[in-house]
Design a protein around this ligand. Sequence first.
Ligand SMILES: O=C(O)c1cc(=O)[nH]c(=O)n1[C@@H]1O[C@H](COP(=O)(O)O)[C@@H](O)[C@H]1O
Length: 290
Amino acid sequence: MIPFGARLRTAMDTRGPLCVGIDPHPSLLTDWGLDDTVAGLERFTRTTVEALADRVAVLKPQSAFFERFGSRGVAVLETAVAEARQAGALVLMDAKRGDIGSTMAAYAATYLDPGSPLFSDAVTVSPYLGFGSLRPALDLAARSGSGVFVLALTSNPEGAEVQRATAADGRALAQLMLDRMAAENAGAEPMGSVGAVVGATLGDAGVDLAINGPLLAPGIGAQGATPADLPAVFGAAVGQVVPSVSRGVLRHGPDPAALRASAERFAEEIRAAVSAADGVSGQKGERGGA
Ligand SMILES: O=C(O)c1cc(=O)[nH]c(=O)n1[C@@H]1O[C@H](COP(=O)(O)O)[C@@H](O)[C@H]1O
C-alpha cells in the first residue's frame, strides 16, 4: 500500500499540482443549460469528471452541493468518486468534517475506510474542536493509505478571527495546528499524508508552513487569488502547494474542451509561478519542493 502523501507527490510531479473542485452551484447548472435537479447535477458532474479526471492530479468534489439533493445527490457523488479514481485522478472529498472524536470515527469510516461507498483518497477536516479530536481520521488514514487535509488558515476573510487568535502558549491557533500536522508527518518520505489547507488569498501566510506535507491552496479564480500570488503566500514551501480552483474552471463548461483548456491555462500559470519562485529560492540555497 502506497501512502497518500507518496501517491500525491507522484501525481503532482507527473500531472502537475492543480486540483480542480467540483462545485455544482445552482447558478452554474443554469449557466450550463441544465436544470437544478438530480439529473442536472448528474450531467454536470459526469461532464466534469470525463473532461478532467485523466489529466489533473486531484479532483475535489464539494460534498455540500451533492448533499442538498439528499440520497440521490449522494449517489451521484459516489459514482463520481469511483469514476474519477478509475480515470487516475486522486479524489479529495471536501466535506470539512469536525466533531468529537467518537463521531469523528464515523466520519472517518465514511471517507477513509476502503469498504465505504464514499471512500476517497483524502478528506478535508476541521481541527477547531481540538486537533486531538481528529485522531480517528488520522489513524484510519494511516492504516488505509489515504490522506487528511486539515484546515489551518482558510481563504475566507472571517477565518482570521479564530485562526489567528492566540493560543494559551502564545502561538497563533493556526500555527499550533500546523505544528501538530508537522508532528504527524515527521520522517515521512517523500512527504506525509496529512495536508494543511491554507488559502491562496492570504497575501503572506505569516506562519511556518514546513509540515512535510501537502498544502491545499483554495481561493484561486472566483475568490480573487491567482497562481502568481502563490510564492508570496507560501514562500519556500511553494513546491508543496496543491493550488485549487473550482468556479474559475467550471464556468467554462459545459464544453469539455473548454474545461480542459481552462485547467491547462491554470496549470501553465502555476508552473510559471512555481518555477520562477524555485529559481529565486534556489539561488538563496532554500528549496520548498519535495
Ligand atoms: O477546503 C477547501 O477546499 C476550502 C478551504 C478554504 O479555505 N476555502 C475554500 O474556498 N475551500 C473550498 O474550495 C472551493 C472554492 O471554490 P471556488 O471559489 O469556486 O474556487 C469551495 O468548495 C470551498 O468550500
